[in-house]
Ligand binder design. Structure first.
Ligand SMILES: NC(=O)c1ccc[n+]([C@@H]2O[C@H](COP(=O)([O-])OP(=O)(O)OC[C@H]3O[C@@H](n4cnc5c(N)ncnc54)[C@H](O)[C@@H]3O)[C@@H](O)[C@H]2O)c1
Length: 246
């Protein structure tokens, strides 16, 4: 019996990177997984590779209308939602002087508003099923500020606040809300933000455990928080960072 057998899970921003690893791990552990993203061809290919337990929906997390439509589609197809991973995110390298109102607002819309809308709309469907688990992806940047990423850093701090406030509001409905702080994880987000970065070397040098993190490292924590093994954990912050925050 898989650790999340029979659960219905939604993973946003899952066409590639960490979200793709979470979708794969949840499928392997018995869940039916709805993958969403704005990278449609990659998302569809991933869902096809995972077989009938996975499906793909095009979904911009910064849009209230898109959230309503995705949740309605899950209700129609599966009748309920047990696990929601608010994983979609953007990180643009820009310090205070280079961050204009448009970049700041765009980052807020994806990382912060997107997480808020996911909690809001996802929780409504979870309530109908008697409870669930919401996992919000923050960052070590929510503990340790990152220079040159002022918009990103501020939205990842906001995800901590969203998580705690929602955990308290949704506890009576048996919906748990937790957050994960990934450390330096080897995905395209880092090289998209800093094209010259040697990710393996940067991770090994700046991580106490001496290596860069992988998407699978984070997926292990996701599986635990998605499963009933974590049934008494809500409002928590789990760092998967090889000791960076320590
Ligand atoms: N890579 C790291 O070192 C690191 C560290 C800490 C936290 N994180 C966080 O982990 C999460 C996953 O990032 P990743 O490392 O896999 O990077 P990634 O860039 O590979 O994945 C992010 C995904 O989000 C999707 N996305 C972007 N805007 C979207 C939107 N408006 N609607 C829907 N999807 C959208 C992208 O298409 C992409 O597939 C992000 O929230 C990121 O901030 C990453």
């Amino acid at each position: 019996m898989g650790r999340v057998a029979g659960k219905i899970a939604l993973v946003t921003g899952a066409a590639r990177g960490q979200g793709a690893a979470h979708a794969r791990r949840l499928c392997e552990a018995g869940a039916q997984v709805v993958i969403t993203d704005i990278r449609d061809s990659e998302g569809e290919a991933l869902a096809a590779s995972l077989g009938p337990a996975a499906s793909y929906l095009s979904h911009d997390v910064s849009s209230d209308a898109a959230w309503r439509s995705v949740i309605a589609a899950i209700k129609d197809r599966h009748g309920r939602l047990d696990v929601l991973i608010n994983n979609a995110g953007i990180a643009v390298r820009a310090g205070l002087g280079d961050t204009d109102a448009e970049l700041f607002e765009r980052t807020v819309r994806v990382n912060q508003l997107g997480t808020f809308l996911g909690i809001k709309h996802g929780a409504e469907l979870m309530k109908a099923g008697g409870g669930g688990s919401i996992i919000n992806i923050s960052s070590i940047a929510a503990v340790k500020a990152q220079p040159q990423f002022i918009a990103y850093t501020s939205t990842k701090w906001a995800v901590r606040g969203l998580t705690r406030a929602a955990a308290l509001e949704l506890a009576p409905a048996k919906i748990r809300v937790n957050t994960i702080f990934p450390g330096i994880i080897d995905t395209a987000m880092l090289t998209d933000a800093v094209p010259t970065l040697n990710v393996a070397e940067f991770g090994a040098t700046n991580t106490p455990l001496g290596r860069v993190g992988t998407s699978d490292d984070v997926a292990s924590a996701i599986l635990f928080l998605a499963s009933d093994e974590s049934s008494f954990i809500t409002g928590a912050e789990i760092a998967v960072d090889g000791g960076v925050i320590a």
